[in-house]
Design a protein. Sequence first.
Lengths: 410, 142
Amino acid sequence: MSGLEQTPGHGTFDPGALRRQFAILGREEAWLDNAATTQRPEAVLRAMDGFYRRHNANTRRSVHRLGAEATAAFEGARATVAAFLGAASPDEVVFTSGTTAGINLVASGLARWEIGPGDEVWITGLEHHSNWLPWQQVAQLMGATLKVIPLTPDGGLDVEAFRRGLAAHRTKWVAVAWVSNVLGTETAVREVCAAARAAGARVLVDGAQGVAHLPVDVQALGCDFFAFSGHKMYGPMGIGALWGRRHLLEQMQPSVFGGEMVARVEERTATWAEVPYRFEAGTPNAPGAVGLGAAIEWLQTLPAAAHAHEAALALAAAEKLKQLPGVTVWGGGGWRSLVSFSVEGIHPHDVAQVLDSRGLSIRAGHLCAQPLMRRLGVGAVARASFAPYNTPDEVQRLLNGVRAAQQVFT
Amino acid sequence: MMELYQERLLTHAKHPQGAGIVPRGTEDAEAIHPGCGDEIRVKLAWTSEGTLEALTHEMHGCAVSVAGASMAVDFLKGKTRKEIVATSSAFAARLGKTGFEEEWGDFRAFNGIERYPARIHCAGLVWKALEQALAQESEHHP
């Protein structure tokens, strides 16, 4: 594995110093399940702790000083998210519980009012269930047709097939992942967005697997909505954000009703608060938002070499796993954060269990992508996913562990 | 290193008893574990006396699921439907809880599985299918 640290053109990066910011990495386990959830640096934990210890109050409804501080922290986090995404303004950012909640909000709050019988909703063949089911269900509910952008043999999106299949006036919505949580590759998201919008359709991008690894710019992606989660980018669980174009957020209906999302409530009618507050009913997850803001600031302190380092680890893992007899690596290249693989004759859960006994945490299963699994012809896969705090030694231990699993089961 | 994958379990996993092809649609029951996607289809054959002659299973699952199904094959052979239902309850009371006594034979490989909570459902997958198969049967032959 020597030479991994020396990625040409990217300088050197020492994960050792970074690891010390993560108390949990002091355990012996190698955390290679970052695509499921990353670990959190001290800066994030301190920010959340500090909110509760020093500024805790309900946001946007209290005249007291703590209320003002809590609101400032919460809205400050919104501004941080907005800048991170390249939003036109903070009020284009809705805090959600995560990517799933954001996608569901768009599907049920806007898409369902815009589609009807005979219309088409497109997703892609590699979507996570969270960007499959909301569209499947809304299409079913409204009598529309769910269409799936096929995959090319190397695991990319067949954009040409999509362009051919696009029907002006009938294609109303398109939802696409930025980075596949199974194949690990960045999709042709810009091409899909451009083609969709040219045909008059709206596009949502599931950014969950991209935000921790790629520079984000929703304007450059060319989408109408962008959803992501905090916990896959070093932030807390239970918080995420949805970005949407302002005029579309204005058209979107709230789907959760209650406190703080209203302008005026009568006995039988009500009007809603301004965007984005009308989508944030109830007491918000303010410490989560503060933690997400801290995670973004922390992520932005990482040098480019840190991302080159994690990409080099993923690529090395993919290339070296491919060389092992009986191992299939899924996807046609472009691994920069994760690699999914199968070991002939050994169920992925057994691979993961053997690796766990050797102190490596990886994910095994259908990865919430059952349609893609069926296309790959497997029921489940094993997946190792990387962060800048991972090391070349952990990649080596992964390879040794897979060999050990082969010895146990064959 | 791996107390889960003892020789007893691996032997069953590598050479499972009763493993076969149960084409979709011909099974007596199917059980799926939605969390991991493991699935099993079972086909039961009975003697004229009403005892289990053969349990055939097609499993798409991990070593623990496969071994669990394999162990059930010989263990249940010759038992009546009623006895299998009782055995299933007794199995559920032991798996991941009190553990299995001597008379449970190879199922003792599952003793200690509570240290791998994510795998308990694997060991029990075949029983989910069996319970369902027998419940459906009793609807047809009350």
